[in-house]
Write a protein that binds this ligand. Structure first.
Ligand SMILES: [Mn+2]
Length: 411
């Protein structure tokens, strides 16, 4: 048999409004291929991006699944599952989990009979020559994963191809800069399976571990627009149960992503804008056209720009993005603009000093002029300054005039 493995589709995910349809466009292509070329489809978790997807998300998902049911209304009521042309077996991932008694969007799909869901159990499929036994553990909080998997005690079946699906973090897979936690190791998994599949991690990876091949299919879309994620095209896997071969299939029509890092010092904002515009011009034509919902959709390329720049002196940190030409391209800016701190501090110091000097100077001049004009010191200079600081010129002049009038009367 040929088994398709489509993971972390994250229905409803959108980095920006412009990228809203990508999760469905990519999934639809994977499902198209799988329906035509495979016998079973596995989805190891995170089908949805949120545990409470919007109605719009549900609508889009149902629209895709409904296509494969086709003439469902013509099928007379039968006890047989009206599953798709090819059955889809899914587990809930961390994004769908919310504890006992909760109805997840996966439960909704299962109730609609679009998928089979494995919680902590297994399902068998047979044809004339072979049997495939699929075990699945729904994603659980990492801290209890080890306990849960040992309690379930999954057993491989004799004379069958045995596959185990999970959606967890594993000690062996954590990268240094990873925020994920795990208390599970590959060693904790039950032995004797022909293939171990784990969702959750969005970058694809195949590990030839002691217990057997351990596959991370990766996500069908780019969820974190990071350098590592962008450089790899998205796709899914096909497992051949006879040859035990695993083949990665790229999604044929997917949006182009580009990444551009700008780490410079002593740069002007205009230079930054020029550099971004040059990069945008290079990629602008790299569009992809895809048919989605009976419409031709043009997928413009995405440029992610990561700026960590120290600006030249006399620059301010507000980049004028209006001068960036984003026609036919999606620009995602992650910017950290700084002004040289030391220079800036010195500048500020001088400025503060000048302000104090100017204030003291003007006080001196003011008092000197009053004295020269023959006035006594009945005008309180600090009151005048306070009134001016309050931005109240009328009250200030009124105060001064009154004091002067009083002095004249006293003469
Ligand atoms: Mn995920």
């Amino acid at each position: 048999m040929h088994i398709a493995i489509i993971s972390d589709t994250h229905f409803g995910h959108k980095e920006t409004q412009d990228l809203e349809s990508d999760c469905y466009i990519n999934f639809q292509q994977a499902l198209d291929y799988a329906e035509q070329n495979c016998d079973i489809i596995l989805m190891p978790g995170d089908l949805f991006d949120l545990e409470e997807p919007s109605q719009k998300t549900m609508h889009n998902v149902f629209q895709i699944f409904a296509k494969y049911i086709g003439n469902q209304k013509l099928i007379p009521k039968t006890k047989q599952k009206k599953h798709l042309l090819k059955p889809i077996i899914a587990i809930a991932g961390t994004h769908e989990y919310k504890g006992k008694g909760y109805t997840s969007p996966i439960d909704v799909l299962e109730k609609s009979e679009y998928i089979y869901q494995l919680k902590h159990n297994s399902i068998c499929f047979s044809n004339e020559s072979e049997t495939v036994n699929i075990c699945g553990m729904a994603g659980v909080p990492e801290k209890v994963a080890k306990e849960v998997i040992s309690k379930i005690d999954f057993q491989p079946k004799d004379n069958a191809i045995n596959i185990l699906m999970t959606h967890q973090s594993y000690d062996e897979l954590l990268a240094f800069d990873d925020e994920m936690v795990s208390n599970l190791s590959l060693e904790d998994l039950p032995k004797g399976f022909d293939l171990y599949i784990n969702g959750h991690i969005h970058k694809k990876h195949l590990i030839k571990s002691n217990i057997g091949p351990f596959l991370i299919p990766g996500s069908t879309i780019i969820t974190q627009i990071k350098k590592n994620e962008i450089l790899e095209p998205r796709g899914f896997y096909i497992f051949d149960t006879i040859t035990k071969e695993l083949i990665f299939k790229e999604i044929p029509l997917q949006r182009n992503y580009y990444y551009f890092e700008l780490n410079e010092t002593n740069i002007t904002k205009q230079d930054i804008i020029n550099k971004i515009n040059t990069k945008l011009n290079e990629i602008k034509g790299n569009i992809v056209t895809v048919n989605y919902n009976d419409k031709e959709l043009v997928l413009n390329p995405v440029l992610k720009v990561k700026i960590a720049a120290k600006l030249a002196l006399n620059e301010t940190t507000n980049l004028n993005e209006k001068n960036i030409d984003t026609k036919n391209v999606i620009l995602l800016l992650d910017k950290k603009l700084e002004i040289d701190e030391l220079k800036n501090k010195i500048e500020n110091l001088n400025f503060e000093q000048d302000k104090i000097n100017a204030l003291e100077k003007s006080k001196e001049i003011f008092i000197k002029n009053l004295q020269e004009a023959g006035f006594k010191n009945s005008i309180d200079i600090d009151t005048v300054i306070q009134l001016l600081k309050e931005n109240n010129p009328d009250t200030t002049s009124q105060y001064i005039i009154e004091k002067i009038k009083k002095e004249i009367q006293d003469l």
